[in-house]
Design a protein around this ligand. Structure first.
Ligand SMILES: *Cc1c(COP(=O)(O)O)cnc(C)c1O
Length: 364
């Protein structure tokens, strides 16, 4: 029997291959390889899709987070609050800017716990980066209220959430700005490495465009120390093609997730709590079980692949030992790290494969 992979990008890329290759040909003919018209076209299309004023394409999601910090004037001596349960790159953006990430625990939604944010705020705190993890929005209103009360910035890390909705509105325009990754494995992924930012604020838009391009608005005149964080033309062209399919792919993931939610009926398995206001895009479908190794073996015996997102919470990563965190500081994130298993989740899973996964979970 053929194995059911956790994620398989092949079918999706066969679907769009002809269109993407035609787009590549245009980039090639125009030699528009770095930034340029194909990146601009994608920026416009993604801003429209997200319902925000501006989108700025960059080289990847990590550089988007770095630029977000720089555009907000965050640097050495500053602190930025982020969830302990996220992909590590959320923290890299803060560290690359010379600031210090402060890790806050999650709640039963496995996103940042708004009730735990205030205790982490002090005069050095400049911002909170909320992460729409696994594609499910965090409680934006609750986090925004705290940020407003304390006069600090709110930034969205929407790397896993292109097209997710919070209280009916697409995420990406709620804070000062939002950061995206278009890494191939994300719901909207480039044929290559890419990232972006969205914002409704013109002042950030202009600054971000300059920062990503050597601190320059006029060629060979550099107003500040900048970066080469541009998006490539081939990446932009592939993203424009794939964006047209995103809503359909997201809806298929929603359908699969709804089946998992309704049909997995095994008390040994815990799902991510999903508040009514959260309409996620199911980038990942994570569950927790007491003995994850035994569970993954059981899945393997049914020809089902699984993965762990993420096995070590950020505050306990070796890279951040110098910050002095210890086990017990973020107990919910730590429990999750030790017990999380990601089930197969991508738009091209067949109904039959979904049924196989559900049956295997219910017989565990
Ligand atoms: C993927 C991801 C990033 C980083 O994006 P890259 O394009 O891989 O640099 C940042 N934050 C989150 C939550 C991610 O999932």
């Amino acid at each position: 029997m053929k194995n059911i992979p956790c994620l398989d990008l092949k079918d999706q890329h066969q679907q769009v291959k002809k269109e993407v290759f035609e787009a590549f040909e245009k980039v090639y003919e125009q030699t528009a390889f770095s930034g340029g018209p194909f990146v601009e076209a994608f920026e416009k299309a993604f801003a429209t899709y997200t319902g925000v004023n501006h989108c700025i394409g960059v080289s990847n999601g990590t550089t988007a987070l770095h630029l977000a910090m720089l555009a907000l004037g965050i640097g050495p001596g500053d602190e930025v609050i982020i969830p302990a349960n996220t992909f590590i790159a959320t923290a890299w953006g803060v560290s690359h800017a010379g600031a210090t990430p402060v890790f806050v625990d999650c709640d039963e939604t496995w996103n940042i716990d708004p009730k735990k944010i205030e205790a982490a705020i002090n005069p050095k705190t400049k911002a909170v980066i909320g992460v729409h993890l696994y594609g499910q929005p965090f409680d934006i209103d609750a986090v925004n209220a705290i940020c407003q009360k304390h006069g600090i910035f709110m930034v969205e890390d929407a790397a896993q959430a292109q097209g997710a909705r919070y209280k009916g509105q697409t995420v990406g325009g709620f804070g000062e700005m939002a950061c995206y990754s278009y890494y191939p494995g994300k719901n909207l992924g480039a044929c290559g490495e890419a990232g972006g930012l969205t914002t409704n604020h013109e002042k950030y838009e202009k600054h971000l465009r300059s920062l990503r391009n050597h601190g320059s608005t006029l060629r060979y005149f550099h107003d500040e120390i900048g970066y080469n964080y541009r998006m490539g033309g081939l990446e932009g062209a592939s993203l424009s093609v794939k964006l047209k399919y995103l809503e359909g792919w997201n809806n298929r993931r929603r359908e699969i997730a709804t089946r998992y939610r309704n049909e997995i009926k095994n008390p040994k398995i815990t799902l991510q709590a999903k508040p009514d206001w959260a309409d996620g895009i199911n980038h990942l479908f994570v569950v927790t079980v007491e003995n994850k190794e035994a569970f993954v073996e059981h899945l393997a015996s049914h020809h089902i692949s699984a993965a762990y997102h993420y096995p070590v919470p950020c505050h306990l990563q070796k890279a951040y030992t110098h910050l002095g965190y210890k086990k017990g500081d973020c107990p919910v994130a730590e429990y999750l790290a030790e017990h999380c298993v990601s089930l197969p989740m991508f738009a091209e899973l067949s109904d039959e494969q979904v049924q196989t996964v559900i049956d295997a979970l219910n017989t565990y």
